[in-house]
Ligand binder design. Structure first.
Ligand code: HAS
Length: 560
């Protein structure tokens, strides 16, 4: 499909800016493993503080890259399936809002005025521009949803009896989840944090802020995941040489995310005394609910891949695995997607362990946690994002991928690095190694009385994994920018592989309508969050003054 120059420009910028920022984000990831392994015994390196680096790492990789990509991929999906470009002015408006937000937050972080990590929990306090920047990034990402909804309604009027394309359904569901969950964080930022950061209030309700953050925070992880799921359902089977095993299974899974992505946030707060056991139990049960669409996905995609392997002439029970296009450079998306799926098996299992109220006590706030989430957000999510960014760019620009053989190897190198890293982190976590801590200044410094020799092997494994991942990521950066700098070879077009369904079940109206699901979503949300907020209101205690990240003493005394 031919698209306008303006459409191409927005998409190029939305893909290339975050990939360029990744250089900073990934560098600080490597630095984390270096500090934590005790290679450095200091609090800063190259004029950047440990927590400043950790904030840059989390914000760039987990918030900026993911949000820009979700918006760009959404535009591409809508334009491709509806054969019509989204509103140009709104595309640019969304882009400029997001970019100005990122610039504001970047300034605050680089100036050392926002070392509050990507969760920006108070009583850590950031410069107002950090919060304002985050708010603008979010508002900018809201804009396309309203335009896409108009496009969808127009299409639906003319296609009443046709199934909504799965990728469109997934995009709309994802951005509805995003819109609803970000309302809570918008309230947190605008009503609690900005006035406090501006000095208009002296103290802040930490428990309320945490609860509002996690209303947003767990749904955030599915906002990261769903673009990858859209790729797995609608692109991967085709690339693998087969068909999507069941189209209906994909629809069921996506709608279940609409129900369960948000009302689970309290599983991040099992240790918060403000919230009672009953509420924690309910959120815990719903957390098992939100794993169901991923189990559906695991079986559906595995069946689709088995079909593809058999179509490619495999024999025996597991022969299909060998026949898949693991190293086919013309199908490099396969290598990235399968690598993400392999990591997600471990990411999913560790997530289910976290969800258990009792097991969570063992792993909460330990290195286990980054072990878990790197196999999710830095697994299928990251690999899906970088692969698809390269694919969309190369198709839209008409340029060939630079160093194609090397490109096919990158995801496997990433998997090796990630498995070593996450094994080290998870093992360390089980031995009590804390997360978000510069271990090099104390526990991993042999000259310090607190030295923990049993954390040497675990942090060294994480370091080794970190180095391998860093190399893989830098190879990708070379390939991405090498592609941008190469010569145009053909006419740039908007093209996405589309998987046919093996079981193309007849249209089930319930799985092609939003209203019943939206009503159910609101009911479950109220059941999960009204009691949680009542708890917080009742049990919060005095509000907190400011604390700095490297000092256990409050910066000003608390007012009751
Ligand atoms: Fe999580 C903490 C529970 C999924 C990210 N999670 C985090 C944090 C992050 C994060 C960033 O219950 C830390 C937040 C912080 O900073 O404090 N998580 C879960 C559960 C799931 C889950 C139950 N998490 C994710 C995803 C993330 C993510 C997805 C990012 C994208 N997580 C928790 C809990 C905590 C938590 C607690 C809080 C802990 C605490 O104490 O702080 C589930 O959604 C997982 C379901 C997944 C599966 C796996 C399905 C497998 C698939 C692959 C199939 C493979 C194939 C290939 C087909 C059931 C789909 C086969 C072919 C071959 C050839 C082999």
């Amino acid at each position: 499909m031919q698209v306008s120059k303006s459409f191409k420009q927005v998409i190029f910028l939305e893909l290339a800016i975050p990939v360029a920022l990744l250089i900073i984000g990934i560098y600080h990831g490597l630095m984390q493993t270096i500090y934590r392994a005790g290679v450095l015994h200091q609090t800063s390196f190259a004029k950047l503080d440990y927590y400043q680096g950790l904030t840059l790492h989390g914000v760039i990789n987990a918030l900026v890259l993911t949000t820009f990509f979700a918006v760009a991929f959404g535009h591409v999906t809508m334009a491709f399936y509806f054969k019509k470009e989204p509103n140009r002015k709104l595309m640019w408006l969304s882009f400029w809002l997001m970019l100005s937000g990122v610039l504001m937050a970047a300034w605050a972080m680089l100036a050392g005025k926002a070392s509050v990590l990507y969760t920006f929990y108070p009583p850590l306090k950031a410069h107002p521009l950090f919060y304002l920047g985050a708010a603008l990034l979010i508002v900018g990402s809201w804009v396309p949803l309203f335009d896409w909804a108009v496009m969808y309604n127009g299409w639906k009027k003319e296609n009443q009896q046709n199934k909504t394309p799965l990728a469109v359904l997934g995009t709309l569901i994802n951005f509805i989840i995003w819109f609803v969950c970000t309302l809570a964080v918008a309230y947190e930022v605008l009503v609690l944090l900005i006035p406090w950061s501006m000095g208009w209030t002296d103290t802040v309700n930490v428990n309320l802020a945490r609860t509002l953050f996690w209303f947003f925070g767990h749904a955030l992880v599915y906002f990261w995941l769903l673009p990858a799921y859209i790729m797995f359902y609608t692109i991967l089977p085709k690339i693998a040489g087969g068909k999507l095993y069941s189209d209906l299974a994909g629809r069921v899974a996506l709608f279940l995310f609409l129900l369960f992505s948000i009302p689970v946030g309290v599983h991040h707060q099992y240790s918060d005394p403000t919230i009672t056991q009953g509420v924690k139990f309910f959120h815990g049960m719903l957390t098992y609910g939100v794993a169901i669409p991923s189990f559906i996905t695991a079986f559906t995609i595995a069946a689709s891949l088995e079909y593809a392997g058999r179509e490619r002439g495999s024999k025996g029970l597991f022969g299909w695995m060998v026949k898949l296009p693991w190293f086919d450079e013309s199908k490099y998306l396969f290598a990235y997607f399968i690598s993400g799926l392999i990591l997600f098996v471990f990411g999913g299992v560790t997530g289910i362990i976290n969800a258990s109220y009792s097991l969570n006590n063992v792993v909460h706030n330990t290195a286990w946690m980054p072990g878990h989430f790197h196999m999710t957000v830095a697994g299928p999510v990251f690999l899906g994002i970088i692969a698809m960014s390269l694919y969309i760019y190369s198709k839209l620009s008409g340029k060939r991928v630079f160093l194609p053989k090397l490109n096919t190897i990158i995801p496997y190198l990433w998997v090796i690095g990630m498995l070593i890293f996450s094994f080290g982190m998870s093992w360390g976590g089980l031995r009590g190694e804390p997360r978000r801590t510069n271990l090099g200044t104390s526990y991993l410094n042999p000259d310090n009385a607190l030295f923990r020799s049993d954390w040497v092997p675990t942090t060294l494994l994480a370091l080794l994994g970190g180095i391998i991942m860093f190399i893989a990521a830098m190879m990708f950066i070379v390939i991405f920018f090498g592609t941008i700098l190469s010569k145009k070879k053909e006419e740039g077009v908007l093209e996405i592989p589309v998987s046919e369904a093996y079981h193309d079940e007849k249209r089930v109206p319930l799985f092609d309508r939003f209203k019943p699901w939206l009503v159910a979503m609101i009911v479950i949300l109220l059941l999960a969050y009204v009691p949680a907020l009542l708890n917080v209101n009742k049990n919060s205690g005095p509000k907190a003054p400011r604390f700095n990240i490297d000092n256990p003493v409050p910066q000003v005394s608390a007012k009751k």
